[in-house]
Design a protein around this ligand. Structure first.
Ligand SMILES: O=C(O)CCC(=O)C(=O)O
Ligand SMILES: [Fe+2]
Length: 269
């Protein structure tokens, strides 16, 4: 996609992410998540005793709106990390707006139709993922199968190491590596707004024995005050409404994810 973010800039994010995860543990711990808080650095959150943990370390930061930032979790090292993340966030805002408008036009809807539902108070969360080499890739997964709970996700997958796979017709397909490209993944809330015309794909990340892998996913989530529902123009007798009106979907999503269930089922009429 022609997103107006240069390859050099994406490369900078890629390098800073690698540098952050390469820091000694005690340095990363300065950004450590506190119990009950999703923001910060840590491994997979534990919600139940029988949960199978994902093979992953991550740094999760709310980047937008700016007053939702918890800057105590933003790394001081590597130098430039926080400034670059701020810059990336502002660039991503522009991409998001263009994308929602293009999606509306593609369905012959009024241009701001999705953007209005997404809202002025929409939230952006950036998750920096690190998958260490895994001695048992046959047994352990990096991120369990899921569809994103966002409206859309801007994803920067690793430039060199594969791992991301998409499910189609019961089979897993590898996402090809395309360096310095933002992959826009549709989340469940886009599926709902489009009344199921666009689907949020199920995907997972597999581990490998030799190489570490990183990725940066920015989840673009409608404002907590917003009601998300199929756009009026996409509901007709021929195509009845498929989804309920939902709010705060992202909160529900995490619980469903850890139980290995698809959240979208909760939204189906
Ligand atoms: O690591 C990747 O390529 C995908 C990450 C992902 O699916 C997620 O963070 O939701
Ligand atoms: Fe995902």
């Amino acid at each position: 996609m022609n997103h107006g973010i240069t390859e050099e800039f994406l490369d900078k994010i890629y390098k800073l992410t690698k540098q952050f995860f390469a820091l000694p543990a005690e340095e990363k711990q300065k950004c450590a998540r506190e119990t009950g808080n999703i923001q910060g650095y840590g491994n997979d959150m534990i919600l139940s005793d029988n949960q199978v943990l994902d093979w992953i370390d991550r740094l999760f930061l709310t980047t937008y709106p700016q007053d939702k930032r918890q800057l105590q979790f933003w790394p001081q090292v590597p130098v430039g990390f926080s400034e670059t993340l701020h810059e990336y966030t502002m660039k991503q805002r522009i991409v998001t707006e263009k994308f929602f408008k293009a999606m509306a036009r593609s369905l012959e809807l009024e241009e701001n139709c999705f953007l209005d539902m997404y809202g002025e108070n929409a939230i952006m969360n950036s998750r920096f993922n690190f998958f260490p080499p895994c001695p048992r890739p046959d047994k352990v997964i990096g991120i369990k199968p899921h569809a994103d709970g966002s409206a859309i996700t801007l994803l920067l997958p690793d430039k060199d190491v594969e791992g991301l796979q998409f499910l189609k017709d019961g089979k897993w397909y590898k996402a090809p590596i395309v360096p310095d490209t933002i992959l826009i993944n549709l989340g469940d809330q886009m599926e709902i707004m489009s009344n199921g015309i666009y689907k949020s794909p199920v995907h997972r990340v597999v581990t490998n024995r030799e190489k570490e892998r990183i990725s940066v996913a920015t989840f673009c989530v409608p404002g907590p005050d917003k009601e998300i529902q199929p756009a009026n123009g996409l509901v007709s007798e021929a195509r009845p409404r498929l989804y309920k009106t939902i709010t705060k979907y992202a909160e529900l999503h995490y619980k469903y994810y850890q139980q290995g269930r698809r959240t979208i089922e909760a939204a189906l009429i």
